[in-house]
Ligand binder design. Structure first.
Ligand code: PGA
Length: 241
């Protein structure tokens, strides 16, 4: 399976700069040996999808509300994301778990609704710095996997240690290898298709460390935040894959 390089734009991007970023990515792509995805904020998905149409770069969302339609003021459904051109959706990012109180059960409901709408979910898991210092990282991530994925998971898992997100701190290669091996074992134990599930690494992936991280066994790609907002940096990460 080709690695997946996914850009999480988070809450960044007005009309002009999103379009410029999408055009910059498109212009620099070259021959793609990786699968590439960008996840802009809701407001820019349609415009970015139009700019990237036919480029081989997929577009995704960062969240939705897990009901098909109805009286949910201010919310957006999975089908609406699909309608805008999204193929993937990031779910259970640690920023949503922290800011919006998103629980494993809420993430599991969204996974089910995403698949029903034809979206591929990317479910984020990861421990805090304090949990790692206490040696609890496998218990935490194992609990998130058991609670968030549902019974027959058809999607992508992203391991994102919270202490590495936006900090410039990255786990050692040995720690990434260990956690990805643990996640693989848990996926095989919990899921009928667990052997084939792609596992991304996320947290301060940059052009300078991407090749080393992507070479770690069981790392099937990267979820990139800050560096995905600079076309040249994102392109260099794609090239490293
Ligand atoms: P970062 O963010 O690359 O800026 O650390 C990663 C993420 O939160 O997905």
């Amino acid at each position: 399976m080709r690695p997946l390089i996914a850009g999480n734009w988070k809450m960044h991007g007005l009309t002009e700069d999103s379009a410029a970023l999408a055009r910059g990515i498109r212009a620099g792509l070259g021959d793609l040996s990786a699968e590439v995805l960008v996840c802009p904020p809701f407001t820019q998905i349609a415009a970015v999808a139009a700019i990237l149409e036919g480029s081989g770069v997929a577009v995704g969302g960062q969240n939705f509300y897990p009901a098909p339609l109805g009286p949910h003021t201010g919310e957006i459904s999975a089908t609406m994301l699909r309608d805008l051109g999204a193929r993937y959706v990031i779910l259970g990012h640690s920023e949503r778990r922290a800011d919006q109180g998103e629980t494993d059960a809420m993430v599991a409901a969204k996974v089910k609704a995403a698949v029903a709408a034809g979206l591929i979910p990317i479910v984020c898991v990861g421990e805090t710095g304090a949990q790692r210092a206490a040696g609890q990282q496998e218990a935490v991530v194992g609990g998130q996997l058991a609670g968030s994925l549902g019974a027959e998971f058809a999607g992508v898992v992203a391991y994102e240690p919270i202490w590495a997100i936006g900090t410039g701190k990255v786990p050692t290669v040995a720690d990434i290898r260990g956690m990805h091996a643990f996640i693989r074992a848990e996926l095989v134990r919990l899921q009928p298709e667990g052997a084939g599930t792609r596992i991304l690494y996320g947290g301060s992936v940059k052009p300078g460390n991407a090749a080393e991280i992507l070479a770690v066994p069981e790392v099937g790609g990267a979820l990139v935040g800050g560096a995905s907002l600079v076309a040249d940096d994102f392109l260099r990460i794609i090239a490293a894959a």
